[in-house]
Design a protein around this ligand. Structure first.
Ligand SMILES: *Cc1c(COP(=O)(O)O)cnc(C)c1O
Length: 356
């Protein structure tokens, strides 16, 4: 049976990425060797790295003065690397959920953290709007898309200080004004590649100004000085990332990806909002994520949750169990997910509703 993959991460990848990666595992760039066994210093892999960095710059229209890195450690390592490199005395953070919270925890190891606003009071089901970023903060950090709760900030904010964003789960789903940011980071496993690489876009002029000693591997400058090849990079995920980036370009670039993502999300939210038995967990349409759609059974139907999971599974739908801190269901609609899969889910919801 055809599977419809709604996992939140690691998550669906394009068939283009999967097939080209499989081919390269057998024979990489006509070297007669597997991508798993070539030197990262070989000219063939250097070409992969160069092209992947160039395509990130092209697709996201990254201006001059920025570096593109692919490092290990996941987005979670960036929670510590960002303050290690940028936090002198005080940083401002927006608390919109578990990932933001984890970033705040690490920042507190390096200085004062001003949490400018939080949506914890309603289990993070909205985006706080009225907050002020203090002008004396070293930077402001926020999470663009809250993977667990299904909320998203789709407008690049204007702040009086350096801007840092965790874009792990919505990068490449909308145009970004990179010039507003000093650091953007994203774990690869949502919209880019298999787990193991983290994409980082960093502005050159925010680096090298910290008095505190920074361990070599945690210093962005170490990596920007060596073109992201200071040590052995995650070769296979970077190869796959390049395939995804080529596929994105082929599809028409970021605006086209956004158009498709908006259409998928609109269809699913419409099905939820018009349903008798399901309801969305994020009330405000402005705050709803187009990548992770969270919904539950209305209280009077709550007992049917398990039945719906089984019914959905019988239709080939996988990965829609909600995160334990929200419950219910979460359908992740990353770039590689076709509209057809949304249609299958919507149809399953309707059929299930008709039976109850
Ligand atoms: C998945 C996720 C992370 C964690 O990424 P790791 O690569 O597992 O460290 C951090 N932030 C957001 C927004 C995420 O969705």
């Amino acid at each position: 049976m055809k599977k419809h993959n709604f996992y939140a991460g690691p998550s669906i990848m394009s068939q283009y990425t999967i097939r080209n990666t499989a081919d390269a595992v057998l024979d990489f760039a006509n070297t007669g060797l597997s991508i798993l066994e070539v030197s990262h210093r070989s000219k063939e892999f250097q070409a992969v790295m160069d092209e992947a960095q160039a395509l990130v710059k092209e697709l996201l229209e990254v201006p001059e003065g920025y570096h593109v890195l692919f490092l290990g450690g996941g987005a979670s390592l960036q929670f510590a690397m960002v303050p290690f490199n940028l936090l002198r005395t005080k940083a401002a953070y927006l608390d919109t959920g578990v990932w933001a919270h984890k970033a705040i925890k690490e920042a507190k190891l390096f200085g004062e953290v001003d949490v400018v606003a939080s949506s914890e009071d309603r289990n993070y089901n909205y985006i706080p709007r009225d907050f002020v970023v203090p002008g004396d903060a070293d930077y402001f950090h926020y999470t663009t898309n809250n993977t667990i709760y299904g909320t998203e900030i789709r407008k690049d904010p204007d702040v009086p200080v350096r801007l840092v964003a965790d874009m792990s789960s919505d990068i490449f789903s909308r145009p970004v004004d990179v010039s507003k940011y000093d650091i953007i980071y994203a774990g690869a496993q949502k919209n880019l590649a298999p787990a193991g690489a983290t994409l980082i876009i960093v502005r050159e002029d925010c680096l090298g100004k910290m008095e505190r000693p920074i361990p070599t591997m945690l210093n962005y400058k170490t990596h920007t000085a060596k073109g992201s090849m200071f040590n052995t990079p995650p070769v296979l995920p970077i190869f796959s990332a390049l395939q995804t980036l080529k596929y994105y370009k082929e599809m028409g670039g970021i605006r086209e990806l956004e158009r498709r993502d908006l259409a998928k999300a609109a269809k699913l939210y419409e099905a939820i909002d018009s349903s008798r038995i399901f309801e969305a967990t994020v009330p405000s349409h402005d705050d709803r994520s187009i990548m992770n759609v969270c919904f539950v059974m209305k209280p009077e139907y709550a007992a049917l949750e398990k039945d719906f999971m089984e019914f959905a599974a019988s239709k080939g739908i996988v990965g829609i169990k909600g995160h334990r801190s929200v419950g219910g269901f979460r359908a992740s609609l990353y770039n590689a997910l076709p509209m057809e899969s949304v249609d299958v889910l919507v149809q399953a919801m309707k059929e299930f509703q008709d039976k109850h």
